[in-house]
Design a protein around this ligand. Structure first.
Ligand code: C2E
Ligand code: CA
Ligand code: CA
Ligand code: CA
Length: 276
């Protein structure tokens, strides 16, 4: 057992070393990607639950690594944060998404994800203001999605930052609600315009898990009481869409309605349809 233990330990150390090496290499690569066109945005539709019409799109960061192919944002965003590049990249995401959305139908919204690290410092509001001015996008058409993790750090500073952003007229969205240890308490922290119900509940409710149904029910009742919109995330089947509609969710998002695609492909279908 002792041998095994030591062997396991050595293995663990080597694993940690390789992870660190990997991290360092990827950090160099992401710096290079910044200058070129390695980093792009993909847009996923968010539809009105009643009629299926697109009411907005979420901008999702994509990184195509020259040798490793696509690396998911869950993997590279922590690297970006450690490298101190999140402000630079996050600012680019906001400007790019606003510029893109200004070309869409006049009421369609664009949602941008904001990590906890981006909320620290006073720069974010300035970036948002600049992006809105440059794109002439109506502030209410920009949604900033944050998860409850933003409340884990300096609460007062976070709240001030969120309030400052809201005062610009943009909408705050609480992402991944229900995931992890979300509590209803977070909803009263800031003035959110919308709550996104985590995919786990959408799946669970459709699979007939009564606890999931009850939780979604409670989230929706609370949202209605607060006058807050709701989006069900990760809707993959008509069955999932149907139960979320029945429970009273106002918007739906997921592969069932459309995958995230590059801006260049957004209007391809309608253009192709027009040609037919
Ligand atoms: P998120 O904000 O919760 O984004 C939704 C994720 O679910 C996206 O993954 C999306 O592609 C995926 N998704 C959408 N519909 C479905 C579905 O029907 N089924 C399944 N299985 N998945 C679906 P993605 O693009 O890999 O992004 C992962 C996370 O990375 C995002 O989660 C967000 O937290 C973060 N992220 C993405 N872009 C940015 C960004 O520009 N800035 C920051 N700070 N974070 C970002
Ligand atoms: Ca999101
Ligand atoms: Ca989410
Ligand atoms: Ca997430």
């Amino acid at each position: 057992a002792k041998e095994n233990g030591r062997g396991g330990h050595a293995f663990f150390e080597r694993y940690m070393f390789e992870q660190a090496e990997d991290h360092r290499l990827l950090e160099q690569d992401v710096r290079e990607a910044l200058g070129g066109d390695g980093l792009t945005l993909a847009y996923q539709p968010i539809v009105d639950a009643r009629n299926g019409k697109i009411v907005g799109r979420e901008a999702l960061l994509r990184w195509r690594h020259p040798r490793r192919g696509d690396i998911p944002p869950d993997q590279f965003i922590p690297i970006i944060e450690d490298a101190g590049l999140i402000h630079q990249i996050g600012d680019w995401v906001i400007r790019e998404a606003c510029a893109e959305a200004s070309r869409w139908d006049g009421r369609m919204r664009v949602a941008v994800n904001i990590s906890a690290a981006q909320l620290t410092g006073a720069g974010l509001a300035k970036t948002v203001l600049g992006a809105l001015a440059a794109s002439r996008l109506e502030p209410s058409r920009l949604e900033l999605e944050v998860t409850e993790s933003v409340f884990l750090g300096d609460d007062a500073a976070t709240l001030a930052s969120l309030e400052r952003l809201r005062s610009l007229g943009v909408r705050l969205v609480l992402d991944d609600f229900g995931k992890g240890y979300s509590s209803f308490g977070y909803l009263s922290r800031a003035h959110f315009s919308k709550i996104k119900i985590d995919q786990a509940f959408v799946r669970g409710a459709a699979d007939g898990a009564q606890d999931c149904v009850a939780i979604v029910h409670a989230i929706l009742a609370l949202s209605r009481g607060l006058g807050v919109e709701t989006t069900a995330e990760g809707v993959e089947t008509e069955g999932q869409a149907e139960i979320m509609r029945q429970l009273g969710c106002t918007q739906l998002q997921g592969f069932h309605f459309g995958r995230p695609v590059p801006a260049s492909e957004l209007f391809e279908n309608s253009a192709a349809a027009a040609l037919r």
